[in-house]
Ligand binder design. Structure first.
Ligand code: DHK
Length: 147
C-alpha cells in the first residue's frame, strides 16, 4: 500500500482560529481526520505532521527517503522563502505536491513565489481543506502513471 506524509508548516497548528476569513474554521485535527478517512477509502496509508521550525520540516522531509511514496506539503510561509525545504525534497527523492488552503495567486505578490513548486510534481491551492484529499488523489494518480 502506498504511504504518504502530509506535512504542515508554520502557523498551520492554529488552523480554525487563525484568520478564519482566509483559512476557514476547520482545524488541523479536522483535516487530519478527513485525510485518515480518505486514506482508508482510497487504499493508502498516511502519516501526518506539523512543525513551525524549518529544520524540523527538513528532517520530516528526509524521513520520506526510501520509506514513503509521496509527500504532500503545505509549507506555509516557508513556501515563499525556503531553499532548504526545496533542497530537502530533491534530497529525499520523493514525489511532492505543494498544497495551500488559500489561492496564493489571488493574494499578495510575495505569495506568488514558490521554491517548493520548482521541485514538486504539481500544486493545489484555493480549495480549502478539501485540497488535502484532492492532493491525496492526485498523488495516487501520479504514482499509478509513473508505475
Ligand atoms: C498558508 C500560509 O501560512 C501562508 O504563509 C501561505 C498557505 C498560504 C495556505 O493557504 O495554506 O502563503
Amino acid at each position: 500500500m502506498p504511504g504518504f506524509l502530509i506535512l504542515n508548516g508554520p502557523n498551520l497548528n492554529l488552523l480554525g482560529l487563525r484568520q478564519p476569513e482566509v483559512y476557514g474554521h476547520t482545524t488541523l485535527a479536522d483535516v487530519e481526520a478527513m485525510c485518515r478517512e480518505h486514506a482508508e477509502r482510497i487504499g493508502v496509508t498516511v502519516e501526518f505532521a506539523q512543525s513551525n521550525s524549518e529544520g524540523t520540516l527538513v528532517d520530516h522531509i528526509h524521513s520520506c527517503r526510501e520509506r514513503l511514496d509521496g509527500l504532500i506539503l503545505n509549507a506555509g510561509a516557508y513556501t515563499h522563502t525556503s531553499v532548504a525545504l526545496m533542497d530537502a525534497i530533491s534530497s529525499a527523492e520523493v514525489p511532492a505536491i505543494e498544497l495551500h488552503l488559500s489561492n496564493v495567486h489571488a493574494r499578495e505578490e510575495f505569495r506568488h513565489v514558490s521554491y517548493i513548486a520548482k521541485v514538486a510534481v504539481g500544486v493545489i491551492c484555493g480549495f480549502g481543506p478539501r485540497g488535502y484529499t484532492l492532493a491525496m488523489d492526485a498523488m495516487q494518480a501520479h504514482l499509478e502513471r509513473a508505475r
